[in-house]
Design a protein. Structure first.
Length: 149
């Protein structure tokens, strides 16, 4: 005679699976019985004057502040113009004619600024005193409109 294919372990796993299914069904029915159906009001959220999210609607009798549409600024606020020294003086610290770039060391502060051959108004060599203006480049400030003194 052949032995049964159902082992004790298989029977226990099947019992656990059926019990889990029945528990899940019972929980589902319990939720249905206890559910309060108030409609979409349960899903609404309100924001009060302090920016806090609540589930209660705001008080209609509360005094509201009036805001004029002209006072609302959209976008980035305008900057106040800063006084910028436009013309600066310095000395050519390094310049490579073959590659077409160099650096200017500003008098007083000692800051170095990149200068490209396109920013030159006259030909310059190292140790020339120059005047220049600054312009924002991709990697920082660049000297432009460079002229000899």
């Amino acid at each position: 005679m052949a032995k049964s294919q159902e082992t004790y372990n298989k029977k226990e796993k099947e019992k656990k699976r059926l019990k889990k299914r029945m528990d899940k069904q019972a929980k589902k029915e319990e939720r249905k019985r206890n559910a309060k159906d108030n409609g979409p009001e349960d899903m609404f959220a309100y924001v009060d004057e302090n920016g806090v999210i609540t589930d209660t609607p705001p008080d209609e009798n509360r005094k509201k502040r009036v805001i004029k549409a002209e006072n609302i600024e959209l976008g980035v606020p305008k900057r106040e113009k800063e006084e910028i020294i436009t013309t600066r003086t310095g000395k050519i610290d390094f310049f490579n004619d073959s590659k077409g770039f160099g650096f200017i060391k500003e008098e007083g502060t000692g800051d170095k600024y990149f200068v490209h051959v396109n920013g030159l108004l006259q030909e310059v060599v190292e140790n020339d005193k120059v005047t220049f203006e600054l312009e924002q480049g991709l990697k920082g400030l660049n000297a432009v409109k460079v002229t000899k003194i």
